[in-house]
Design a protein around this ligand. Structure first.
Ligand SMILES: [Fe+2]
Length: 336
């Protein structure tokens, strides 16, 4: 199928020149004259690339860029701005509004085609990457939905992790890494039999060994996703490590566990304590905090981080205790 290009241009001569040039190269071209018509057209039939003039009647090209980049559905469509405006500030404003590239009128036909080819190639790589990533995210959700006790667990761990990273003033890169790490941390449970995952009683030693494989299994699934950075992959593989080296799978000790992974771990432990599981009831918040403090005294968790987590939870009121009555009996079992 031909690559589709939407041209937003109100000058007849530019319209004709771009149509001729693009059609010669085998692109399928649609031309609209206003920003409003462009948004409607993208909505109905998203193109592979948008070429946009900056000076348009009513909604200008900057606003078109902003709106297309603000929408989840259209943010990956590359936008080339074609403008007669030579001022540096106007060009910077266009990039700020979300333009992927800028060409100055009168455009050089060879340059237009070269830039478009590059952007379309990047877009198809991004889409491939995104669809691979979506499969893994869907997998993580599917695993939780097998069991009503863990439904929403990854999303909550991601949300707590993000909030704690923000509370600590970490960089945007780290904030996103822990949020994604939290969301995907248990994806390796896809390989654990339901009978073990949902067992209401204590696990045998062999069953626990099976559960212990999930961090490495999750890391194996995710490590090929180029969009996940090292920090996120570390959260997935090492969210069951303890500072004293008694965790798994790598028996890492405090200096070997990055802050981002320690954040995910504390948020995971908290959510497991605060929600009902097949083998335990939901504990009240104060009990969860008491257990986290006791376990940090024992050398498992980072004391300062536990303190920061409890402060953050108090400030943001992120957790609403479940309304559902807890009917399952409490069994002694280490939280997997
Ligand atoms: Fe886990």
């Amino acid at each position: 199928m031909a690559t589709t290009v939407l041209v937003i241009e109100d000058e007849r001569s530019s319209q004709m020149m771009l149509r001729e040039l693009l059609e010669q190269e085998g692109y399928s071209v649609q031309i609209v004259e206003t920003g409003e018509d462009a948004l409607a057209s993208v909505n109905d039939d998203p193109p592979d690339l948008v070429i946009c003039d900056l000076l348009l009647p009513k909604m200008d090209g900057y606003e078109v860029c902003r709106r297309l980049k603000a929408s989840h559905a259209t943010r990956f469509i590359p936008i080339v701005v074609v403008t007669g405006l030579a001022e540096l500030q106007q060009r910077l404003d266009a990039l700020d509004a979300g333009a992927d590239d800028i060409l100055t009128k009168p455009v050089n036909p060879l340059e237009v085609i070269a830039r478009i080819r590059g952007l379309v190639r990047n877009r198809s790589l991004t889409l491939e990457l995104e669809s691979a990533q979506n499969v893994v995210f869907a997998l993580a959700t599917a695993i939780e939905q097998k069991d009503s006790y863990t439904e929403g667990h990854g999303e909550r761990v991601g949300m707590f992790s993000r909030s704690l990273a923000e509370h600590l003033g970490l960089s945007q890169t780290d904030i996103l890494a822990v949020q994604t790490g939290g969301l995907l941390h248990d994806v390796g449970k896809i390989g654990c039999p339901d009978a073990i995952l949902n067992k209401p009683g204590p696990l045998t030693r062999d069953e626990f060994e099976v559960i212990k494989r999930h961090p490495v299994a999750g890391w194996e699934i995710c490590r090929h996703l180029k969009s996940l950075g090292d920090a996120t992959l570390h959260c997935i593989r090492n969210h069951h490590e303890r500072l004293d080296g008694s965790g798994y799978p790598d028996s890492l000790t405090s200096g070997e566990i990055p802050l981002t992974t320690r954040i995910t771990t504390i948020c995971d432990v908290f959510d497991a304590l605060a929600t009902a599981r097949a083998y335990k009831p939901a504990f009240p918040l104060e009990t969860c905090y008491k257990i986290l403090r006791e376990e940090s005294e024992r050398g498992w968790w980072d004391k300062e981080l536990v303190r920061a987590f409890i402060d953050m939870m108090g400030e943001r009121e992120l957790f609403k205790p479940a309304k559902r009555a807890v009917l399952k009996p409490l069994f002694e079992r280490p939280a997997p």
